[in-house]
Structures are given as C-alpha cells and as structure tokens.
Design a protein. Structure first.
Length: 439
C-alpha cells in the first residue's frame, strides 16, 4: 500500500455497511476515521471514531473536518429508508450530499467520494427513498470531483439489521412470503465484497479510476425466494411446511410499521420497504468485476459459509416477536389504567375501601395509579422513552406486588389471580428491555 495514501473517512459508521467497512479497512492497514451521529458503546473506538451531528453540519464545517484529519477518501454510507419524525429522505440523501460535494470542492487537496447508493433501473424509482437516492447520484455525476457510485444488491453480512434480519426470520419460522414476492429478482452481495471494492479504490489515484458507477452483486440471477431458501438450509428448516402469508397481510404489516415509525421506531417492515422489495434487486456487475478483478460471492457462499449457531436461531425467531412484545405491553398498561379510571372506577375504588383505606385516600390513589399506568404505556410506546417506561413498569409492578403483600395479602389468592399474573408481566418487560438495541 502507498504510504502517502491519505486517511479514509466513513460517514454513517454506526450502520450495517458503515460499521463493517470501517473495521475492515482498518484491518487492511488503512487509516480510517469513522463518523456517526451516535455510536453504540460496543462500536466506538475513542481514538479513531467521532460522534458528530453530520446532518446539521454546513459545507464549511465538513470541509474543516476533512482538512483537519487529512482525508483523501470520503465514504458516504448515510441513508434512511423512509420519512419519519426527525428523519427526512430528501434532507439525508439530496441536501446532505449537496453540502458534502461543496465541502469536497472547498478543500485544498483532491478527495475521492465513494457513495453507497441503490441498484435498479431509474424508471422503476417510485418511492421517496429511491428518487432522492437517484437525485444524489445525479448531483455527484455533475460535480466534477473524482467519485465512485457503488450500487450494492441485497447485502448479506454476519450482522443482521432491518430487511436482512427479517429475511432471516422468514427462514427460521414456518411462514413464507406470498408467491409473487418470492419470484422477485433479488441479487445479493457479500459485505466483504463491498469493503474489498472500497479498499481497491482507496489504493488507486483518483486520476486512475474516476467517475465510475458500479452495480455490486453476484452475477447469477436469483429470486427472493432463492435467498430465503438458502438461509433455510443454514437454519436447517428447509423441509418445514410453511404458511404463505397473503399479500394483504404483508401490506397490513407495512402500514403498522409506518405507524410505529411515527413513534420513533425503525421497523423492518414499512410501505417503502415492501415497495422496494416488490421492485426487486437486480443489476449488471460486469463493469465492476472487470475493473477490480473481484469475483463476487454467491448467495450459497455467503449464507452457507457457516452453520447457524444457537444465537443466530434465537435472534431470527425473536426478531419479529419483539414488536408484538412492545405492542402488548403498551396495550397492557394503557388499557388497564383506562379501565380502572373510566370503565370500572367504582369497582377499583371499592377494592381499596373494602380493605380499610381511608375514604380521603381512595380517590387520589385510584386516579393516581390509573394515570401512572397509562403514562407507563405511553412511555413504552415511544422509542426514545421506551427503556425508561419499561424500568418504570417493572418498578411499579413490584411495588404493587409488595404493597399488596403487606396491606391486602388476600388479593394474592383471589380467584382471577390478578397479582399472580403480574409476575409474568415483569418477566415480559425484562425481555423487552434486554432486546431494545437494534445495533
């Protein structure tokens, strides 16, 4: 490797592609600075990675970042799938890229931009995700700076996130996609092949390889069903009988995903994800293979390189259940509080009166605990406050159980077993709490 090669800066170093590329390039001996708005504790290298509000940085601040760190290659892995509160596809894909290009032009040295985009024919772009991604490509192509636009297919990596996690779940559970979706073209690419391509570009002078757009994917055409079946081989579930979900159920899941995104969650199923899935993943990797000499791995080599471990199986099976756990806890707390406050207020207050509570304390306690229960449900519903809500729910449940044991022990043996059922609810909240992380 040329010792004069400048540093590589990876934008979006907390994401699936960005994190792998950052670590892989470092393992190859490159000097890499990873940048993200927020890095998980397990991801961050304090000496090398930076947490910066890159979406709010202007061109001057970005140019200063490049100069201060001696950056020669910028790898842009930043992207969002769908508009949601605090996340806008036009802002992330088009406006940020425009500032990024301006910042590169303002630097006093040559910087190559490696931009991660999406495959597919331009005329099939229908979603805000795909159209803004394509607008970013146009801005880059017209910028006059050295660039490489990489269009990876369906990315297969050891880590699973979003759509790749959902496909693993389909492989590990006795359910299947509708027949039409199974036949969708779906050419995958190994994460290692993406990183190898970026390393190949970083080792070459911008004048040697300039202004290229490559599709990165296996050359052999396969379908989405073929990809899922390959993962089934890995999970040992290939011979299972399956329930093929009707198309309307897929659309319903997408709508529910859109609703959860309004609460700050990042669901693997949403209307954009399903629209892009139905469009398919296809392209022509011939130019990429010819230029770099990289022979892309096939889906059999990607997924079949190792046998699924127990942690792989647990994750794949639990991943779709996580949404049900959160939703059920939200309903549990909100509905139980609402019933006690509105529908069965007299019965709830009567329990306290029958156990000798002072009359002046009955109403405040009934109203207060009902509002507290509903508040806990609302906190769990929002991604930003979910952890706090779950902890509050666990504490409140234990408080109810201990308080009842001291003040009204006979409630423990009442026929419906309301207090006994609180124990499993605490366990379910613990499950939700320990599975909150996405990365």
């Amino acid at each position: 490797m040329n010792a004069d090669i400048r540093k590589i800066l990876v934008l979006g170093a907390s994401g699936l592609i960005g994190r792998f590329v950052t670590d892989d390039l470092r393992a190859r001996g490159f000097r890499v600075v990873g940048v993200a708005r927020k890095l998980a504790a397990s991801q961050k290298d304090d000496a090398l990675d930076l947490e910066l509000p890159i979406m709010s940085m202007d061109a001057e601040a970005l140019a200063r970042l490049f100069r201060d760190h001696g950056i020669g290659v910028v790898v842009n892995c930043v992207g969002v799938l769908q508009d949601s509160p605090g996340s806008d596809t036009a802002t992330v894909h088009r406006e940020f890229v425009a500032r990024l290009l301006q910042a590169i032009r303002e630097c006093r040295h040559t910087i190559r931009l490696v931009h991660i985009s999406i495959p597919g024919a331009t005329e099939s772009d229908r979603t805000a995700f795909s159209t803004t991604k394509r607008e970013a490509e146009r801005l880059i192509a017209e910028s006059g700076i050295p660039y490489a636009i990489l269009r990876p297919g369906f990315v297969v990596a050891l880590a699973a996130y979003g759509g790749s996690a959902m496909l693993r779940s389909l492989a590990a559970l006795p359910i299947d996609l509708p027949p039409a979706e199974r036949l969708t073209p779906f050419q995958p690419v190994a994460m290692e092949d993406i990183a190898a391509t970026i390393a190949w570009l970083a080792e070459r002078d911008p004048g040697e390889v300039n202004a290229v757009t490559w599709d990165l994917m296996q050359a052999q055409p396969v379908t989405l069903g073929d990809v899922i079946d390959q993962f089934r081989e890995v999970f040992g579930t290939i011979r299972w009988r399956r329930f093929a979900m009707p198309a309307f159920l897929l659309d319903l899941g997408a709508r529910l995903g859109d609703l959860s995104s309004l609460l700050g969650w990042v669901p693997p199923m949403c209307t954009t994800a399903i629209a892009e899935l139905r469009r398919g993943v296809s392209g022509s990797p011939a130019d990429w293979i010819t230029a770099t000499g990289i022979i892309p791995k096939t889906i059999g080599q990607m997924a079949g390189s190792r046998v699924a471990t127990i942690q792989d199986k647990w994750f794949a099976r639990l991943f779709p259940i996580k949404a049900l756990v959160i939703a059920s806890l939200v309903l549990f707390w909100v509905v139980s509080g609402f019933i006690a406050l509105v529908i069965s207020y007299d019965a709830a207050a009567g329990i306290l009166r029958s156990h000798g509570f002072p009359s002046w304390l009955v109403d405040p306690m009934t109203i207060g605990t009902s509002l507290m229960d509903m508040s806990i449900g609302v906190l769990i519903a929002f991604r930003r406050t979910a952890a706090f809500g779950l902890i509050a729910g666990i504490i409140a449940s234990l408080g109810y159980m201990i308080g009842a044991a001291i003040l009204t022990p006979d409630l423990w043996i009442e026929p419906l077993g309301a207090l006994v059922k609180t124990g499993p609810a605490v366990v379910l909240m613990l499950v939700a709490l320990v599975t909150l992380d996405n990365r």
